[in-house]
Design a protein around this ligand. Structure first.
Ligand code: MG
Length: 373
């Protein structure tokens, strides 16, 4: 039996992970769940999956939960990430808070199924260092899962470049001059994927794809010049690898996160499931270059990755705040990219930061983004 500890169980990735585990029982079982403040859903999940340990956001929330073993806060997350009885840790947390549990899981030698982008975006060098202690890192992000699958059995030297695809988000066909006036409701209508609110907005600015380029840089050990991104409105091809002999392989599937979640859990095995299959007949696949006028945030975020050090942490934090301010109706959609540009210009990145320096850059980015009007 494979025992799974799930961080972020009430979020979008967490809920889909539990769907996958529900179908894989009794071979996979839930050992621990960690959630923030959505206690109603957590209570339901506890009832169904009977975890041994549960962690919540605060001591106050822990007091309201009736369960044998309840822990809380960042310490609770780190504890669950390194539980001796856990075989697999799924990190479905959103935000910088996911980095410390990622490091804890790898240092404890676990298989870490990683959906928390920030771990690699803000602390990629720390994650690589932690990996040296023997853990195993399997990506859940759909593009990276596709590329991970294409690269199995290949040497780094055989790869010329990889291509991540982007749907282009909810606004890809809107006239440019209307972008300033779009509402949160319009942006949250993602054409292809079901995801949490921040990543849905990040998909519309393409900041998400910039973060995924940084993720790929650390995951696959590739130079930034070897990582490209293309618009692909159908979200059927998730990633491509071009090898040094010019051969190009593509990873295709329905846009369904449960596929990459399942693969991360069962790797290197493939287990039968009943999720919808991709119908190829009559399907057209289109690819286009990313227009920097429509998606200025993409290049800004990639540039933050190239500059490295604390720059991605500052940009990521600024983006998180700008996105939530947009969702609250405080700033126009186009101010998200403008704010990221300002953060890129103003932050002086410190090289090879430790966790504390990363969190300091995170706070800096947040403060800056709160002040932008
Ligand atoms: Mg993705």
């Amino acid at each position: 039996m494979v025992r799974v500890a799930l961080l972020g169980s009430t979020g979008s990735i967490g809920r889909q992970t539990l769907e996958v585990i529900r179908a894989l029982r009794p071979r996979f079982e839930v050992l621990a769940l960690a959630a923030g403040s959505n206690l109603d859903l957590l209570v339901e999940q506890i009832r169904e999956f009977q975890p041994v340990v549960v962690s919540v956001g605060t001591a106050e929330a822990a007091g309201r939960l009736r369960h044998r073993e309840v822990i809380w806060g960042e310490r609770g997350l780190a504890q669950i990430a390194a539980l001796p009885e856990a075989d697999i840790i799924v990190n479905g947390l959103v935000g910088a808070i996911g980095l410390a549990p990622t490091l804890a899981a790898l240092e404890a030698g676990k298989r870490l199924c990683l959906a928390n982008k920030e771990s690699l975006v803000i602390g990629g060098h720390l994650v690589r260092r932690a990996l040296a202690s023997g853990g195993e890192l399997i990506p859940i992000d759909s593009e990276h899962s596709a590329i991970f699958q294409l690269l199995e059995g290949r040497e780094r030297g055989e790869i010329e470049r990889i291509i991540l695809t982007a749907s282009g988000g909810a606004l890809r066909d809107r006239p440019l001059e209307e972008l300033e006036r779009v509402t949160p409701e319009e942006v949250l209508q993602h054409p292809n994927w079901r995801m949490g609110p921040r990543i849905t907005v990040d998909s519309a600015t393409l900041a998400n794809k910039g973060f995924e380029v940084i993720e790929a840089h650390w995951l696959f050990g590739l130079e930034y010049d070897q990582i490209e991104a293309l618009l692909h409105p159908q979200s059927v091809v998730h990633g491509l690898v071009q090898f040094v002999d010019g051969s190009l392989s593509a990873g295709l599937s329905s846009p369904d996160m449960r596929l990459s979640i399942q693969y991360a859990l069962t790797y290197p095995e493939r287990l039968r499931n009943s999720y919808p299959r991709l119908e190829l007949v009559g399907r057209e696949l289109a690819f286009a270059a990313i227009d920097p006028r429509r998606y200025p945030a993409f290049e800004i975020v990639v540039e933050a990755g190239r500059l490295g050090g604390t720059m991605p942490a500052a940009i990521n934090a600024a983006d998180e705040v700008l996105v939530s301010r947009f969702l609250r109706g405080e700033i126009p959609f186009t101010t998200i990219a403008a704010g990221l540009k300002l953060a890129l210009e103003r932050h002086s990145p410190a090289p090879e930061p430790d966790l504390e320096a990363i969190m300091e850059a995170d706070r800096w980015g947040r403060r800056l983004a709160e002040e932008i009007s």
